[in-house]
Ligand binder design. Sequence first.
Ligand code: NAD
Ligand code: TYD
Length: 351
Amino acid sequence: MKRIILITGGAGFIGSHVIRRFVRRYPEYTIVNADKLTYAGNLGNLSDIDREPNYHFRRVDIVDKQAVSALFGEFRFDGVIHLAAESHVDRSITSPDEFIYTNIIGTVNLLTAFRDTATERDVRKLFYHISTDEVYGSLEHGGFFTEQTPYDPRSPYSASKASSDHMARAFGNTYGLPFVISNCSNNYGPNQFPEKLIPLTINNIKTGKPIPVYGKGENIRDWLYVEDHASAIDVIFHAGKPGDTYNVGGDNEWKNIDLVRLLCKVMDEKLGRVTGSSEKLITYVTDRAGHDLRYAIDSSKLQKELGWRPSVTFEQGLRMTVDWYLSNEQWLETIISGAYSKYYQEMYGNR
Ligand code: NAD
Ligand code: TYD
């Protein structure tokens, strides 16, 4: 079946894996990647598929209503998979404004343009909004986030994402726009920007820099391999029930300090260093303001209703990720030069 699908934020970490999957698996689809190319967007992430005939890129800032409107005038989309966002909690703490513009206003611009162009006759039209488990707030030691957990966002990032989720539901309820939302746990894997915990740790071990662990390292995250998130997005886009929400997670909780120690062990092995040498780089630093203690996702609805399962274990995924970063030095060099080094300096000083 022919379709024209807009994927926003396709030059970023998760978006690039989603674009690759859709371009390769669905040659009958036209895939349009709309991305502003912020510091987090890198077209090099897509260099292996960017010449495919069913792939098109448009540089668009979703905050720019006219540019969004022009894009929806150029293509008659019957599906939108919306990933474009400001995504880093620490940046949202130092400068929340951009999160409000892109994550809230940008989402409303896309919802409006889709509402105004998708025709009544088009039974396949669907706005798929990609969100995070962080909208549910923070758990103590026990319990899981389900689709019924009340929203309780606690950082400017999660508040902006919660707001965009509400907007998608409001457009569904008020204007009858078919939508689906998924809320996923922390992703890891190739092409993740090295401001996030796992690639930052890998890079610092490689270069012998201190590994900054916030607070006591006791915070817990539920980690999912990025390609398993992309496969969940594929399943939900094609088989999810319009109006529904699906939680996506790896059933894979790690305390930050245990995760960092595991990475140290894997890196020592891969780099042929003496066991225990990377652990010496662990440095406890001032905690993140308002740091959520624990995220843990119950993804049983997605597993039972749509048959999705993660395909790799954490051990496998982490090793694939380390191998990727070690064999893609040029990618990392390009990313960490320029603006990122200024951010790193401001965030972590000269450590
Ligand atoms: P990312 O920061 O790696 O990529 C974001 C992409 O969006 C970049 O390519 C950037 O250029 C683009 N973008 C930013 N502002 C834009 C704008 N105004 N107009 C157009 N494009 C813009 O993010 P990610 O980690 O790949 O996350 C993608 C989505 O998944 C986000 O919506 C995020 O909230 C959600 N999510 C992420 C995680 C995670 O662990 N990374 C977990 C759950 C959900
Ligand atoms: P991060 O990768 O920023 O994802 P999120 O904040 O969306 O969960 O951080 C994951 C966890 O690691 C979080 O508890 C904060 C912690 N962390 C550190 O301890 N040190 C770091 O340098 C970073 C970036 C994160």
